[in-house]
Structure formats: structure tokens, C-alpha cells
Design a protein around this ligand. Sequence first.
Ligand code: BES
Ligand code: MN
Ligand code: ZN
Length: 497
Amino acid sequence: MEFSIKPLIPGRNASGCTVVGVYADKKLSEAGGALDRTAKGYLRRVLDRGDMTGRMGTTLLLHDVPGIASARVMLVGLGPQTEFGENQFRRIVTAAISALAKTGAGDAELHLAELTVGKRDVEWRVMQTACAARVAVYRFEQMKSKPAQDVPALRRVVLAIKAQGDAKRAARGLAQGLALAHGVSLARDLGNLPGNICTPSYLADQARKLAKHYRLKIQVLERADMAKLGMNTLLSVAQGSSQPPKLIVLEYRAGPKSQKPVVLVGKGVTFDTGGISIKPAPEMDEMKFDMSGAGSVLGTIKAIAEMKLPVNLVGIIPATENMPGGRATKPGDIITSMSGQTVEILNTDAEGRLILCDALTYAERYQPAVVIDIATLTGACVIALGHVVSGLFANNEALAHEVLAAGERSGDGAWHLPLHEEYQEQLHSNFADFANIGGRPAGAVTAACFLARFTKKYAWAHLDVAGTAWKSGKEKGSTGRPVPLLTQFLINRAGRR
Ligand code: BES
Ligand code: MN
Ligand code: ZN
């Protein structure tokens, strides 16, 4: 799907479909009103007939509207005008594009980025429109033997803007929106790929591709390199698998030389069986998504590099499978982490923290401004927050607020959860410095507490995306979250917005 931006008077241009909004109580948007005047009140009569109320996310398709140059007109319900905010805006764009993709229209003219959305400027509105539109038509078909039969006809979308004066900012918004969508799509593709294809080596190959395309520095540490560095907790997770583990490091440096980098660390468990503490069979297939943190790091790097954002960014991905087997780590085993701290592994299914802790120690060498790790870390986080927001933990209040604000702005929200010292007691071990699990109460918190013991040397935030990185059930699939949050975080840091 291709996008362009033009100042357009609705109704004058021939296209497959012209899309305008209708607020609740059948109130036409500005572009809708203009279209209706050209159509001599036709839209008004349709609304009065009661076929479209303006309820948010509903659509009505009209053909051959008199006086209108395009073949179709689509009305999109915007909901109450007083409540029309950022999330509503993204939702109605998604609704419009999804409905458009079901029509035979090959091209369309969208009068949605023209709507007033609080104080958001045209750059933001175009960015969100382009990104939401791309995300709405995403499909994962790499693994199907035949191409899908119901390919949408929609090829070209013109985003209408009000004035030529908006064109420059709109163009920047379009570029950013597409870059973000490409990052989200990469994260979704990697998440959706099965464990037999998306292995640690596959992730390393994808990182190499990114590095080549965007001229990034890349390093892939092999098992022997990790052993030399003393990354024993990471290796203890990998030792049950015949797939070699990888520690992938990507560096994107477009910010001032003296500026310390933002370091993103993504959990890359390409399949989590639980190891010897094996998981029950139902839904175990979903543990192919356990590399979503890693996918979000690669997706964010792609988005940032495509935007040419002036920031310094390092991505670190510990990648491994978690498998049972003759060599696998056993409950009760005690391992010395790269930090020197010893860990009693009481449950081999709490593996994410074991690979992250060594990666977090490794992050020290980049003298980070801040470190954010992203991990599908705990089922407990899904119980606490469901699928709406990601769990956020931080050892630094200012950083926590920065992450929360980026989540709000991007519609990819997070919620701040506690990290009180008292929870640390739950990790007590009689035999090692501490254990890798803290019992049932506050499972997401004790997982974060474990990580906190490895992040004392820098400002750190942890995003538990176990509930947000993918959807289960009929719509099973990767969401690409939290690429929008992370990208917005970096856009804010770059001082562009
Ligand atoms: N990858 C899982 C977390 C997970 C579970 C994400 C379900 C999404 C849905 C993680 O490695 C894990 O198994 N965590 C355990 C920790 C427990 C053993 C302390 C969990 O949450 O059950
Ligand atoms: Mn696990
Ligand atoms: Zn896991």
C-alpha cells in the first residue's frame, strides 16, 4: 500500500473511495460537510434515514453519490466529538482502512488526518494515520503454501490535508508513520514465525540483515565467547537445547558522539518449553512468542534507523531456546552469573530473568544513559494487567515517567508497578546468594526484583510485555508491542517532539 499527501477538496477528485468522518448525533466532520454540500445534501438525507449514527468505528459505504467524483463514499463513525482523542483517532483510522480493504476500491482519499485531535499537530496526525493504516492491513502469510485469495484491492491511499502549508510537516509525519509501521511489522513477523524457523541463529541473521541495510555495527557472541565472559546463567538456559545460543549486539549511532546511548535489552527465548520444569501442553505453542522482547528491539532499531533519528542506541539480545534434555539445567542447580552473584535455579521455567541478567551486566560496558529491558517475563503480569497495558518497573522515577509518557503518546501504554525492597526477601535461598523464583505472590514484581539486582549501576526500566506482545484465541498473533512505545520514547529523546 502506497501513501501520498495532498491538499484536497472532498468530492472533486476521482478515486475509488472518499472517506469522511461523522461524529455521534449524525454530525458531519468539516470535510464531510463540504462533501455533503457538493452532493446537495445527499449525505444528510442518508444520515437522517438512520443508517449511520456516527458511533465510533462503524462505517457505511455509499456508491455513486450524486455530484461526487469518486466511485464510493465511506462514512466513518467518530463517536462523540467531545471525547474524540488520540486513542479514538487511531481506532477510527483502523476501522476505516479495514472496511476499505474489504471493498473493491483500488485507491482512496482519506479525510481523517484533517480532524481535530486535541492539541496534536498535522505531523502527529499523519504519522498515526499512516502507521495505523499499515498495521490494519498487516498479514502474516509467509508460512502458507499458496498466496491468499482475498487480497485487498486497495493499493494507493491519499491522506488529505487542509492546506499546502501543512505539506512539509505532513510529509515528515508520513515518513515517521511508515518507519514505525515497518518496525512493528518486523517485530510481528519475527513473533509469528514458528520456533523451528525463528531460532537464535535466525534472529542473529535478521540482525545482520538490519546491520547491513542500515550500516549498523553488529556483534554476535557465540557460546564460547559467552563462556569466556562468564555468562553462565544465560548458558545454563541454553544447555538443554541443540540450537546454539547467540548474544546479539546492534549499535546505531546517529546522535552526538559524546552522548551516552540508550540501551535496549530484549528477551530472545525462541521457544520456552519450561525446561525440566516443563510447561503443561495446552497453549504451549504460544511460547514461540517468547522472543517478542527481542523482536521489539529489532523492530525499534529498524524504525529509528529508517527515521534517521539523531540518537545513540544499542540493542542487546540474549537469544536461546529453553528445552529439557540430558544436559539441561536441573532444579536446585546453582550457577554463578556474569556479575559474580550466585543463583539457585528452583524453577527452570523462570529462564527469562536468567538470560537477561547476564545481558544486563554486559550492558554496563556501553556506559548507558538508560537501559530498558523488554521481556515476556511472567504469567503473573498477565494476571495483574491483562492484555491492555505492559507492566513497567524502574529503579529511577524520572525514567519511569518518561516511559509512561511515551506509552500514552503512542497508544501503547504501560502501568508502573512497585519494586519495594521488601519483595526481595521472597528470593531468599538457603544455598546461593538468591533464588530465581519468589513464589506465587506478586510474581511479576519478584521477577523484576531479580533483575534489579543486576542493574544497580545505571538508570533502568523493565517492561513485562507477557500480556501485550501477542494475542491468543481466534486472533492469535504477535502485536508488535511495545515497538510504538519504544520508538516514541526515542523520538522524545531526540527532541523532535
Ligand atoms: N515466558 C514465560 C512467561 C509467560 C507465561 C508469558 C505465560 C506469557 C504467558 C516465562 O518464561 C515463564 O515461564 N515464567 C514463569 C515464572 C515462574 C516459574 C516463576 C511463569 O510466569 O509462570
Ligand atoms: Mn519460562
Ligand atoms: Zn519464558
